[in-house]
Design a protein. Sequence first.
Length: 335
Amino acid sequence: MLQPTILAIESSCDDTSAAIIRGGKILANVVASQAVHEQYGGVVPELASRAHQQNIIPVVAQAFHTANIAKSELNAVAFTRGPGLLGALLVGTSFAKAFAMGLNVPLIEVNHMQAHILAHFIDEPKPAFPFLCLTVSGGHTQLVVVRDHLDMEIIGQTTDDAVGEAFDKSAKLLGLPYPGGPALDKLAATGDPNKFPFPIVNLPGNDFSFSGIKTAILYFLKDQTKQNPDFITQNLADLCASIQNALIKTLFKKLIPAAEALHIKDIAIAGGVSANSGLRKALQEEGEKRGWNVFIPAFQYCTDNAGMIAMAAHFKYLKGEFSDQYASPEPRLKF
Ligand code: KG4
Ligand code: ZN
């Protein structure tokens, strides 16, 4: 079966998603985001699990409706095994196992972070191997050498906060609503990125650190608002632009030397933060300067979605990499 039809489920954090892929082409990619977390200013794991439980049946039903296929046409069922929140992963994993058992088709487990990278194989143009991917999400910041669809090596990662976390926490300090990253991005568009010089951390080697920037922002804002209580509102766009600029520069401090050392010219970004307009623009500009072929995912495949899980499952199906009914979620899954 070289044109397998696969149902994929993603439930690692606060998006419940189902996708159907046939022969490597996405037929449906349905995402239900969870508004329940807004009032808490961040994802509440227990509430995420409950919302997945409520959303999963309608989301899967919508995926079948959009793809216009019958359940009997499925050749496999895929699910995100990790990394992610245990309770959230359990909902998707249990659903996928039951569905696969009911239809008597194989199960495929997918690593969420690998899937973010494999989202680049959904649409054209596709990167050529080996390529370098900067995977930037709410929980991870990784520099990955991708040698083949399922052959990847992490050569650098964050030693503390993820860059998405830095975006979200900075946004929270500025009083922006959850989720902070996209809100900060929007405001940054009209601000001056060089107004406030926040630190650009450069650890030795390929690893990143973002906790220092967050602390510097915290103390800077405390200090300024002591002198002028309206400092944040009066400088909001410039603060957003300056924070975004420091975070992006911190990423490029590692991306550029790694690409040069490896002599790799195909450079990709992936994960939720790859939706950031400043990062997308900076990569385009850096790429033109350095003769890179840059790969930036379509917005719908940047943040969490089951389309990318389906794409990863397609490659695993072709290689015969299946799981069994004893598969269980792994919140800290590595690759
Ligand atoms: O990949 P993702 O959807 O979930 C995880 O696997 O973590 O990434 C979510 C992260 C959040 O931190 C969110 O604020 C950030 O991606 N994000 C952004 C933007 N869109 C999403 N950060 C900055 N600018 C954006 N436009
Ligand atoms: Zn993700």
